[in-house]
Design a protein around this ligand. Structure first.
Ligand code: NAP
Length: 322
């Protein structure tokens, strides 16, 4: 193996966590590579507006993620556009295999792979994906100008995306399975005062229906009475949470019942030198600022680990006459 493929730190994933880790690792003079199979930015790049990242009262998700990326690249970060297929722990070095055939080695691996949208798993959801079913309002909202859409979910994502869609669509129905939203109070108040949004309380979507031109209705069920009905709609946006992307987490690393990885306060797993950060890590709050903080923590801990493995910081040889 060429020395070119041996790093101090390999970061897998280019969202806020991975890019923050990269900034701290580069500033700690670690030989670092970040591998990302899509465009850097992560889930936040698909958000309309971000209003809770300190320093930015309001910024679009794509602009914020571009700033993260530019900041990391300002330190000369090496970025590889490839898919990681395996992370194999080792004693001296951990191994990271890429779909393109490359094999990378490093003292520390920081996994920042986040997750993907949870699915409803109802008839029509997969079949009409891209024909009226979407998991991204910023990407697909444009196609529903002056049309009717159903947003499913009751958390921050569903509330934010319903508000975004209300600026485009003629009518937005927010279908939530309970009688209270999980979303933050400020979003709940905005939902209440947006006349284009009607909340369908205690309602589940049981089927997505379509004709040859795409989605045209959803089948609804009242969770209290069991009553069913069809509601005409042109689109369905599903925001019912998140499934952690834990496929690359090496076997034996502890995770909770929902698949989130358990780490210590340095974001390190039970395997020394394998760190997990951001939305993949078990934690109380899944926020951009927390993912960024995880990136900082893991990179600083990785710097300490690398220094220890290499036998301490370089010392300057003192001239003999001193
Ligand atoms: P979430 O907070 O887990 O909310 C998921 C929602 O979907 C809940 O209301 C849940 O209902 C509902 N749900 C789950 N499974 C369902 C199913 N099978 N059928 C129907 N409804 C279902 O997920 P999220 O909104 O995607 O947010 C994920 C994390 O990111 C959260 O920590 C959130 O705070 C954070 N986030 C923050 C911001 C922000 O601060 N600006 C923006 C987006 C996301 P129940 O309420 O009944 O469980």
């Amino acid at each position: 193996m060429s020395d070119n493929n041996i790093y101090d730190v390999i970061i897998v994933g280019g969202g806020p966590g991975g890019l923050s880790a990269a900034i701290y690792a580069m500033r700690a003079a670690l030989k670092t590579v970040l591998v990302e199979m899509a465009v850097p930015g992560g889930q936040v790049a698909l958000s309309d507006e971000v209003e809770n990242y300190p320093g930015f009262e309001k910024i679009t998700g794509s602009e914020l993620s571009m700033k993260f990326s530019q900041h990391a690249q300002a330190y000369g970060l090496e970025m590889l556009s490839d898919e990681v297929t395996a992370v194999e722990p080792g004693l001296e070095y951990h191994t990271v295999r890429l779909a393109g055939g490359s094999i990378l080695k490093s003292h520390a691996v920081i996994l920042a792979t986040g997750g993907s949208p949870r699915k409803l798993k109802i008839p029509g959801e997969d079949k009409y994906y891209g024909k009226g079913v979407s998991y991204c309002a910023v990407c697909d909202g444009f196609f529903f100008r002056n049309k009717t859409v159903v947003v499913v979910g009751g958390g921050d994502s569903a509330a934010e995306e319903a508000l975004y869609l209300s600026k485009i669509a003629k009518q937005v129905y927010l279908a939530h399975r309970r009688d209270a939203l999980r979303a933050s109070m400020i979003l709940q108040q905005r939902i209440k005062s947006e006349c284009k949004i009607e909340v369908l309380w205690n309602t589940i979507v049981t089927e997505i229906k379509a004709d040859e031109s795409g989605v045209n209705a959803v089948a609804l069920q009242d969770t209290q009475t069991g009553d069913t009905r069809d509601l005409a709609t042109d689109g369905v946006f599903v925001f019912i949470g998140f499934v952690p992307s834990n496929q690359l987490v090496p076997a034996g690393i502890k995770h909770n019942a929902d698949g989130y990885v358990v780490t210590d306060d340095k974001c390190e797993t039970q395997i020394p030198g394998i760190f997990v950060i951001g939305d993949l890590r078990e934690k109380y709050a899944r926020q951009i600022v927390v993912s960024a903080a995880d990136g900082c923590t893991a990179a600083l801990a990785a710097a300490h680990l690398v220094e220890t493995k290499k036998g301490g910081p370089d010392t300057c040889e003192l001239p003999e006459d001193l």
